[in-house]
Ligand binder design. Structure first.
Ligand code: ADP
Ligand code: MG
Length: 195
């Protein structure tokens, strides 16, 4: 599975579309265990990503990933902005050498974990990025796998980020960053990057 520039641009369009459709839902989820801004944060960021890509007309994947990372870091804000941004920035370090999607996602996830210090089971977006990266590498990605990873955060107690202030009261709610990450990978399926 090679990530071409063309497919990447479709992927980001699909992702932005989903985020815009689910903006209120994401903020509702965040209001249960956070401060209620995740939908707005992500919608603002993804609009900036697609505007940036349109304005810059990147000639290669690395440039497109860089434009994405910068827009996410500067526009999403909150905890999620730098974390998503780091994930895309890590991919730019590898993309001049390989466009293999599994390898790119592996680097992204490692960067995300390092930046936020979250492990599997801490009720964060890492609980989606890790298993989904493994599924992509094994050529096993499916909508069902994504759903499972997202749902897995519901019974968890948050150990990182704002939701961790709630301790046990975070149990029983989906993690908003896990849900938005689920949309990222659903968009990947829809963009036809994976066949
Ligand atoms: P904030 O918490 O600053 O309001 P957002 O609401 O935009 O930021 O994003 C919250 C999401 O960020 C959480 O649902 C979680 O998935 C993710 N998150 C927060 N802290 C961490 C972390 N240390 N590592 C990984 N993901 C994190
Ligand atoms: Mg928030």
């Amino acid at each position: 599975m090679e990530l071409t520039l063309e497919k990447y641009l479709v992927w980001m369009k699909e992702f932005a579309q989903k985020i815009s459709e689910q903006k209120d839902y994401l903020s509702d989820l965040d209001s249960k265990i956070g401060d209620g801004d995740h939908g707005n944060n992500m919608a603002r960021g993804l609009t900036a990503v697609n505007e940036g890509l349109k304005a810059k007309q990147p000639a290669d994947l690395t440039t497109a990933l860089k434009v994405t990372a910068m827009a996410l870091i500067s526009k999403v804000g909150g905890a999620a902005g730098p974390l998503y941004g780091t994930a895309f920035l890590e991919m730019t370090k590898l993309s001049p050498k390989t466009t293999n999607l599994g390898q790119l996602l592996k680097a992204a996830t490692a960067g995300l974990k390092k930046r936020g210090g979250a492990q599997m089971g801490d009720k964060t977006m890492v609980d989606v990025w890790l298993p989904i990266t493994a599924a992509v590498k094994d050529k096993q990605l499916s909508a069902e796998k994504i759903k499972q990873a997202v749902e897995s955060t519901k019974p968890m107690e948050a150990k990182k980020g704002r939701a961790s202030y709630l301790g046990e009261r975070s149990i029983g709610h989906l993690d908003p960053g896990a849900v938005s990450s689920g949309y990222l990978f659903e968009a990947l399926l829809q963009a036809g990057v994976i066949k």
